[in-house]
Design a protein around this ligand. Structure first.
Ligand SMILES: [Zn+2]
Ligand SMILES: [Zn+2]
Length: 342
């Protein structure tokens, strides 16, 4: 089968590899669509993430497809069913799993291999994090279950209240997912900042009340002005840079919450003023990934029509052109997610 393998930074090759063989409890799926993700782009551009990815590997982790082969011991799946699976599954045995913090599992199983004609789902992920896709949900929408699950996890921890003012730093795929989800959760005013005009325009179309052009404006000052000088109730960093993590701390009101969502390069640190934590009672949250329950919830939300993720897929391309797709994501201004169609 044809597959896109990542060998290192910016080294993505289309190769012919053996189609995976299915064992007990496993399922082989014919990939119909796989969407690009900010995490993929980061790994493509700067490598890293030890433990989460080992190179070379078939790349990609957001996908949907049709069951092609079912191993023994999986009575609930049959050939031809439309399915998707999360890119992880916890062990259920470690301390974190026992505390029901499954996203922090010490022995997490990760699944890569979406940019290929077929993907094999390991037994643990078949069991805990595979869902059938309702017939009215398209192959291009269903993969967004993964980033949406992570966003749901973050927003649940941030405890949005009706009418809250939310400031989001970054109008990329994850910033925009926060925007549409926070809106549904009853946020009042949503302010979003970015350096790219096209992204801010899309954010406005998706319901942002105010946009800040970070090329021209001081994001902290503009946020203050838009919040009567106080700062936002909740600030969400959706970029993944220490500088914007620190900026988020300056945009929150006293007693507010900062959700540091974007993963920064390894080894980096930020500075937090003790006075802000003490006198300002700022809550600083980091959140990572999601639990199988969030994946299920995310797919249900997409299927319900309550959250429209379609506008985030801005282009479709063939698997053969995947390198070009990543070049576009590196340089283009308007593209959010590209659906790769094997
Ligand atoms: Zn993703
Ligand atoms: Zn565990």
């Amino acid at each position: 089968m044809k597959a896109a393998l990542l060998y290192g930074v910016k080294d993505l090759r289309i190769e012919t590899v053996e189609k995976p063989k299915v064992g007990y409890g496993e399922v082989l799926v014919k990939v119909k669509a796989a969407t690009t993700c900010g995490t993929d782009l980061k790994i493509f551009q700067r490598g890293y993430v030890g433990g989460v990815i080992k190179l070379p590997t078939v790349f990609g982790h957001e996908w949907a497809g049709d069951v092609a082969e079912v191993g023994e011991g999986v009575p609930w799946l049959e050939e031809g069913m439309r399915v998707r699976a999360g890119n992880s599954s916890p062990c259920l045995r470690c301390k974190m799993c026992q505390k029901q913090q499954y996203n922090l599992c010490e022995d997490m199983m990760w699944l890569w291999g979406a940019y290929a004609e077929y993907i094999k789902i390991p037994a643990r992920i078949v069991n805990l994090n595979t869902q059938q896709i309702p017939s009215h949900v398209s192959y291009e929408e269903a993969p967004l279950t993964e980033p949406l699950a992570c966003v749901l996890h973050g927003l649940e921890k941030a405890h949005i209240k009706l009418g809250d003012t939310i400031a989001i730093i970054g109008a990329g795929p994850v910033g925009l997912l926060h925007l549409i989800t926070a809106k549904k959760m009853g946020a009042g005013k949503i302010i979003i900042s970015d350096m790219i005009d096209e992204r801010l325009q899309l954010a406005s179309r998706l319901g942002a009340d105010e946009t800040i052009d970070a090329k021209q404006e001081d994001t902290v000052e503009s946020t203050k002005e838009l919040t009567e000088g106080y700062g936002a109730d909740i600030v969400i960093e959706a970029i993944g840079l220490p500088a914007t993590w620190e900026q988020a701390l300056k945009m929150v009101r006293k007693g507010g919450t900062v959700l540091e969502f974007g993963g920064c390069p390894p080894g980096t640190e930020i500075k937090v003023g003790t006075e802000q934590l003490h006198y300002g009672e700022t809550t600083i949250l980091g959140t990572f990934h999601a639990t199988p329950a969030h994946f299920k919830k995310a797919l249900n939300l997409i299927a319900s029509g309550n959250l429209n993720v379609k506008p985030l897929v801005t282009r479709k391309m063939k698997l053969d052109n995947i390198r070009e797709a990543f070049e576009i994501l590196t340089t283009s201004k308007a593209d959010i997610k590209i659906a790769i169609l094997p």
